[in-house]
Write a new protein. Structure first.
Length: 465
């Protein structure tokens, strides 16, 4: 572990010696309050090793370089499973996950925000590669509009922490993972909207347009389902009113209950249709969008998407909701619908506001003018650890910790307030920041996109200068 830290310290010292030009944000600025990116003392590994003062811009550069060096495989952004705990320089395995499409999409979204202000050609090249990887997820299945969860070369470890259904492509050289969920599409459409608007050239925009059309056409033509190679809806690819509004079983499973998915899935499909209409201009997508609202009450469903048991908050669902809120609120122009969607966003955001999540907060600030949360969001970005290795964190015995007596999701201890993020092992925003004991054996290195997405979003929209 000491060797790993020494290498990082040398690299960070180099970064601190460089000069970074932070351009003016001009028309991207949407907030009356801007946090200054001043140098600060970042701490490493449970706060044990203080570093020299660096900026958030330095931190972003560090994560981007690290992703290029050891987190991209076949264009996908993946976690690195280390051969030796805490020693990434000793190598490891870049393995697939159930959500390669989602995690790579968030990287494309983050870098699209960056290109929106810096017009960086090297970054354009990198995310073009990752967009093409997302595009390939759809092409490899042979089903127009149906993306795989993941792709691996024959011979790669298929079941490293993950199982599922796998199919061989016609070449016999690649395998793709099916039973794709709505989660994946949330990431895809979020990324495609940002890539199209901020990063893609004319040729790439046409590719985005065609891909989005195929994906939304697949859902519409299959009666609001995502249909797999067996010609059946996937377990979670469901947006049909029969399930969302009437809780009609479709899979025949004993635990099948669509009432919990009603709000989120309604939000998802309305957002996807808005993206499709935006990039294609096809009136059919707007017509289908209004049909779901007027005939099936999907806007009202969105209004109530966050009616949940607060003791059983699903942070994965929160992350997916914020993927869908951004394009829906960005592209909607009808004042009545905007009012509904903003009310829904505010209800959701108030639930998660105590977490000081910069992605959630910047979204709220952008669409709800919540400028008083900018500084705490920047503080969270400062607290997120550079290392991003899943070291075990045990906070449950701290004398000042206030335990949450009502938490019932598992037997793991949870606090009433989120601790500083440098005391928490968190590698993605679908994690529970209230959980006191977290992490593992130091053998997983996260990619750092959890920092890059809110950072570049904040830079693009003028919340950070």
């Amino acid at each position: 572990m000491v060797r790993s830290l020494s290498i990082v310290l040398i690299h960070l010292t180099f970064l601190a010696s460089q000069t970074y030009s932070l351009p003016s944000l001009n028309s991207q600025k949407t907030s009356s309050f801007t946090a200054q990116d001043i140098p600060y003392e970042q701490k490493f590994v449970k706060g044990e090793i203080p570093l020299k003062k660096l900026t958030l811009a330095d931190k972003a550069t560090y994560f981007e370089e690290r992703i290029k060096k050891r987190h991209i495989q076949h264009g996908f952004v993946r976690e690195l499973t280390l051969f030796t705990s805490g020693e990434p320089e000793n190598g490891g395995i870049l393995h697939h996950s159930d959500n390669d499409g989602l995690w790579t999409s968030l990287y494309v979204a983050a870098m699209s925000f960056k290109i929106g202000i810096l017009k960086d050609e090297e970054t354009k090249k990198l995310i073009k590669e990752s967009f093409h990887a997302l595009e390939r997820l759809e092409k490899i299945t042979g089903i127009p509009g149906f993306p795989a969860r993941s792709i691996v070369e024959v011979g790669e470890p298929l079941k490293y922490h993950y199982d599922g259904e796998w199919h061989l492509d016609p070449s016999g050289k690649w395998e793709w993972k099916g039973d794709t969920s709505s989660d994946e599409l949330d990431g895809h459409f979020f990324a495609y909207a940002l890539y199209y608007d901020l990063a893609a050239d004319k040729k790439e925009r046409e590719r985005v347009k065609r891909l989005v059309e195929r994906m939304i056409d697949h859902i519409i033509e299959h009666n609001w389902y995502l249909v797999d190679i067996d010609n059946k809806p996937t377990r979670w690819g469901v947006w049909n009113p029969e399930q969302l509004n009437h809780n009609k079983p479709i899979h025949g499973l004993p635990d099948e209950d669509w009432r919990e998915e009603r709000g989120l899935n309604s939000l998802e499909i309305l957002s996807h249709l808005k993206v499709a209409y935006h990039v294609s201009g096809k009136k059919m997508y707007q017509k289908k969008y209004l049909e779901l609202i007027q005939k099936h009450g999907y806007a009202e469903n969105v209004l109530n998407q966050n009616v949940i048991d607060l003791n059983d908050l699903n942070h994965s669902d929160v992350e997916l909701a914020f993927c869908a809120y951004y394009p829906l609120l960005k592209y909607e122009t009808d004042p009545k619908l905007l009012k509904i969607y903003k009310t829904s966003l505010e209800k959701t955001w108030k639930i998660v506001k105590p977490e000081r999540n910069p992605w959630w907060n910047f979204t709220a600030s952008l669409f709800l003018q919540k400028d008083d949360i900018i500084e705490e969001s920047v503080q969270t970005l400062r607290e997120l650890v550079w290392e991003q290795i899943n070291w075990k964190m045990e906070n449950g015995q701290g004398p000042d910790i206030k335990l949450d007596p009502s938490y019932t999701k598992s037997e793991k201890l949870q606090s009433l307030e989120v601790l500083p993020y440098d005391q928490i092992c968190i590698q993605r925003w679908n994690s529970n920041p209230y959980q006191l004991d977290s992490g593992g054996d130091g053998k997983i290195e996260g990619d750092g996109v959890l920092f890059l997405l809110p950072y570049w979003m904040g830079r693009y929209h003028g919340f950070i200068r």
